[in-house]
Each structure stands twice: as structure tokens, then as C-alpha cells.
Write a protein that binds this ligand. Structure first.
Ligand SMILES: Cc1ncc(COP(=O)(O)O)c(C=O)c1O
Length: 271
């Protein structure tokens, strides 16, 4: 989906015109995948756009940065205020919010500690992740031949830009095979998550979702899910044959707590 641009992007404390939000080709993160980011949504309300768990998201951004040994030169409160300011100035009723902290221009080489840490926050209107049709009719999923990165390979609890190459590979494999999304197993063969969202299985009236130890990012919002679908939620490891009944599977990319997308088909083969 093409980006629907807005007027301003917040960059290191200043609001700059959208088209001027540029970085140098020798930006460290561009070469080594060392950025950290968040995906947040603001929803329309009678009193203007309301951001869903803004402080929690920004806290997770700082935690992710910590995993990658990045010292973000802004406080949690400054990041929260900057986000609100960016939404205000762009006059959007609802939007997706993409904060990113990355290693900028200054040094090259694999030692990240020498590079400056830059932060930007962009907001723009962005529809449902897999499209409105997916919300209405559900999605068809494939168990990916790619495994979710192991926590001993990368700090997968963090939302690191480089880590997402794993998700992209699985996503493209699924699309090429004619599916909408992929389910990634971890290196032990247990279900981890989808390419850009959590996975929940309905078992005996309870929502089951893989625990952190399955190699998923920190999920501060899990506590919202039970309310959204009126069920209790439990962290439990799931084998790949666990979510075989598509009717039992919910793919969740939260929107005001939870947008639930029912899965209507799963291909278990890893081809
Ligand atoms: C790989 C991945 N897993 C899970 C999620 C859901 O995370 P949360 O609901 O905690 O923001 C996301 C969201 O961007 C994601 O990219």
C-alpha cells in the first residue's frame, strides 16, 4: 500500500517537511540493520485522535534500544510529547505512528558504539494491515519454511530493524505461494508468531498464545486481548500441529485493543 504522506516528520527534536526528512547513504543502520522501531496506532474519537498505549510503546522502544546498546538522547516523556505534537501538527484524525531510533552518520564498521543515535517519528493514515477484505473474510496462512530467529542469535524480544528480514522472507514466501500470511515456527519447532503480528489459538474456550520463550517480541499489549474477544488468555507453547483447525485460529494485529482476523485456511507443508 503506497504511503499516504502527511506534512511533517519529527526528526531529532524538530518538525521537518515530509520531503526533507532525509538521511545520508552512509547511515550506519542502513548497512548493519541496527535500528529499533515501534508500530502504534491513533484512533478517531469525539475529542480528537487517541493513541493506543503510547507510553507503553515508547517504553518498549527504549527497551529495544537498550538491547542494541543504543543510548537514545530523548526521555520517555519527550518521545511521548513528540508523538502527540507530530499528530497535532499533521491534523490527522487517525494514523499509524512509526517511531524509529537508529545509528546515524558518523562512523562505519561493526562497532555501533561510536555512531550517533538519531530518532524520528512519522505519522500517516494507514488502513488495516492486511486490508479490509481480510477483516471480513479472514486470511489464508502458510507455515513458513523460514524459522523465527533464535534468541541466542539475536535479541528477538526487541523490535530491531535487522531482525525483520526474517519476517520479510517468510512474508514473500507466503505471498509467492498464494497465501496472505505466514506462521513462523521457532528453531525448536514450536509456533512463534506471524510475520508482523501475534498469533492466538482458541483451545477449550481459552486463548492460547506463545510465550516470550518461543522467541516473540515483548508484548505489552497481551493483557488487552482477552477483553477484546471475551476470553481468558494463557501463554502456552504450541506445536505446529496445534493450530491445524483454521476455525480455531485467530491472527491478531491489534487495533484499539484488538482487530481479530479469523484464519480461514492453513497450509502446514513447508515447501
Ligand atoms: C513481528 C511482530 N510480532 C508481534 C507484533 C505485535 O506486537 P504488539 O501487539 O505488542 O505491538 C508485531 C507488531 O508490530 C510484530 O511486528
Amino acid at each position: 500500500m503506497p504511503i499516504d504522506k502527511t506534512a511533517k516528520i519529527w526528526m531529532d527534536g524538530k518538525l521537518v517537511d515530509w520531503d526533507d526528512a532525509r538521511i545520508h547513504v552512509l547511515t550506519h543502520t542502513l548497512h548493519y540493520g541496527s535500528g529499533v522501531f515501534e508500530g502504534i496506532r491513533a484512533y478517531p474519537t469525539a475529542s480528537g485522535p487517541a493513541v493506543f498505549r503510547l507510553t507503553d510503546h515508547m517504553r518498549r522502544l527504549l527497551q529495544s534500544a537498550h538491547f542494541f546498546m543504543m543510548e537514545v538522547p530523548f526521555t520517555l516523556q519527550e518521545l511521548v510529547d513528540a508523538t502527540k505534537e507530530t499528530i497535532r501538527v499533521n491534523q490527522v484524525e487517525s494514523c499509524y505512528i512509526r517511531p524509529i531510533a537508529f545509528l546515524g552518520y558518523g562512523e562505519m564498521g561493526l562497532n555501533p558504539l561510536l555512531s550517533p543515535v538519531n530518532v524520528s517519528i512519522a505519522v500517516w493514515p494507514w488502513g488495516t494491515y492486511l486490508g479490509d477484505e481480510a477483516l471480513k473474510h479472514g486470511v489464508r496462512m502458510k507455515v513458513s519454511s523460514w524459522r523465527r530467529m533464535d534468541p541466542n542469535v539475536n535479541p528477538v524480544a526487541a523490535k530491531g530493524t535487522g531482525i525483520y528480514i526474517n519476517s520479510s522472507l517468510a512474508k514473500v514466501e507466503a505471498l509467492h505461494a498464494g497465501y496472505d500470511e505466514a506462521i513462523l515456527l521457532n528453531t525448536h519447532g514450536f509456533v512463534a508468531e506471524c510475520t508482523g503480528e501475534n498469533i492466538f489459538v482458541v483451545k477449550d474456550g481459552t486463548l492460547v498464545t506463545p510465550p516470550l520463550s518461543s522467541g516473540v517480541p515483548h508484548r505489552h499489549r497481551r493483557r488487552d486481548r482477552p477483553d477484546a474477544v471475551g476470553r481468558r488468555s494463557r501463554d502456552r507453547r504450541a506445536r505446529r500441529d496445534h493450530p491445524q483447525d483454521p476455525g480455531d485460529l485467530l491472527r491478531n494485529r491489534p487495533r484499539r485493543g484488538a482487530a481479530i482476523q479469523r484464519v480461514v485456511g492453513i497450509c502446514p507443508r513447508m515447501t
